[in-house]
Design a protein around this ligand. Structure first.
Ligand code: XUL
Ligand code: CO
Length: 437
């Protein structure tokens, strides 16, 4: 184990009254909520790209986060040196899982063969340290958006060579995910979209994406990878329109290409917001289709129109998220991955701890609040009661489509003007929700 954070001890649960900033006030891993430990509810993961590769760089500013263990280079030597630092971090925060892109953990070589060799050497090391630490891979993915060869997209590029390269890259990334016992494999459509329709054949690009995903399904079967395949919606950035724009668009794509049985969705808070939705909206869409697989936990800023990937500290969002998860019955292979980065100004290594503690505590509170809302029952009762007219014989008849427009017309004439509408009580329900926050 490295000693990159010599002044920081294991983060412990000290309860809400603790004044120690490096402690959990609400996340108590072994505490049970609705018959399951918090650890098992959350299945927290840290993302390698932000935690280990984030440097606080943006278009107006150079890196601010010059880590004491990192020389900022993309060498193999650095790739090896980061691994024990990351696992020390996971150990000290009590986070059980991690996620990575192929290129986060190992640099590209002079050609694909050398790149794959680099990755193999690093994966060997990751496998060893996973075994010794008990930490696990939640999901792997491939980075097909940084390198200039993917400037026009990967599977949706007008250049067939980009498609070919992407196929080889995903093949390898799926193999290493299997090798590391990953519980899932994520496709986030890095540049699968367009900048202008003037140069774009949308129909053709989507068909290529469909074929690409079908080949991924084939390869998953071929290598005996039992992890869950996931698509992560996002409406824009880096391209102006990303094809996987939101949960509904992804489900439609999966249905069109007969992929629904093979994929679930990885819903990210900030992406749902960029799509003009709430996180709760996209979760409900995914859950209704039995397709919620995993969550990228972060939050955006309503004043900014881009993906700020902030650590989740908004109790309303985490409470709604946990309400959705409890309703669904919890994760099977998914988890809460902090696809989140510390602000550029929070440049000290200790901020990595503050940030993850903040996210974990905010989710733990969200879980406890959600469980109390469910136990109280008033919210669920209200919703159930709101639809009670449908619990009638007529309701069953319509829901089972045992009736017709003509039959309903006769009824409508009998009913006359509707006098049975009831208030939606939004303001009352918002106050009720607040009672628990
Ligand atoms: C980008 C994003 C990605 C995916 C993995 O906005 O969320 O980091 O989670 O490729
Ligand atoms: Co993400």
């Amino acid at each position: 184990m490295a000693d990159a954070f010599p002044k920081i001890k294991q983060i412990k649960y000290e309860g809400p009254d603790s004044r120690n900033p490096l402690s959990f006030k609400h996340y108590n891993a072994d505490e049970e909520v609705e018959g399951k430990t918090m650890r098992d509810h959350m299945r927290f993961a840290s993302s390698y790209w932000h935690t280990m590769r984030g440097q606080g760089m943006e278009i107006f500013g150079w890196p601010t986060m010059v880590r004491p263990w990192d020389d900022g280079s993309n060498s193999m030597e650095m790739a090896f040196r980061r691994i024990p630092v990351f696992f020390e971090f996971l150990e000290k925060t009590g986070i059980d899982y991690y996620c990575f892109h192929d290129r986060d953990v190992a640099p590209e070589g002079r050609n694909l063969r050398e790149t794959n060799r680099n990755l193999d050497r690093i994966v060997k090391e990751l496998k060893k340290i996973q075994k010794n630490s008990g930490k696990k891979l939640l999901w792997g993915t491939s980075c097909m958006f940084l390198q200039p060869r993917f400037m026009h997209g990967a599977a949706t590029s007008p250049n067939i060579e980009a498609f070919v390269y992407a196929a080889a890259q995903v093949k390898k990334a799926m193999e290493v995910t299997l090798e590391l016992g990953g519980e899932g494999y994520v496709f986030w459509g890095g540049r699968e979209g367009y900048q202008t329709l003037l140069n774009t054949d949308m129909k053709r690009e989507l068909e290529h994406l469909g074929v690409f995903m079908q080949m991924a399904v084939d390869y998953r079967k071929e290598i005996g990878f039992n992890g869950q395949l996931l698509i992560e919606p996002k409406p824009k950035e880096p391209t102006k329109h990303q094809y996987d724009s939101d949960a509904a668009a992804c489900l439609n794509f999966l249905r069109q290409f007969k992929l629904l049985d093979h994929f679930k969705l990885n819903i990210e808070t900030n992406h749902a917001q960029l799509a003009g939705h709430t996180m709760q909206h996209d979760l409900e869409v995914a859950i209704a289709a039995k397709a919620l697989g995993s969550i990228d936990a972060n939050m955006g800023d309503w004043q900014l129109g881009w993906d700020t990937d902030q650590f989740p500290t908004d109790l309303y969002i985490t409470t709604h998220t946990m309400l959705c998860l409890l309703k669904m019955g919890g994760f099977t292979s998914g988890g809460l991955n902090f696809d989140a980065k510390v602000r550029r100004e929070s440049y000290e290594p200790v901020d990595m701890f503050h940030a993850h503690i903040a996210g974990m505590d905010t989710f733990a509170r969200g879980l406890k609040i959600a469980a109390r809302i469910r136990k109280d029952g008033r919210l669920a009762d209200f919703v159930r009661d709101r639809y009670s007219s449908w619990d009638s014989d007529l309701g069953k008849k319509i829901e089972k489509r045992k009736t017709s427009f003509a039959e309903l017309e006769v009824l409508a004439l009998e009913i006359g003007e509707i006098k049975t509408n009831r208030s939606g009580r939004q303001e009352y329900l918002e106050t009720l929700f607040n009672e628990f926050i």
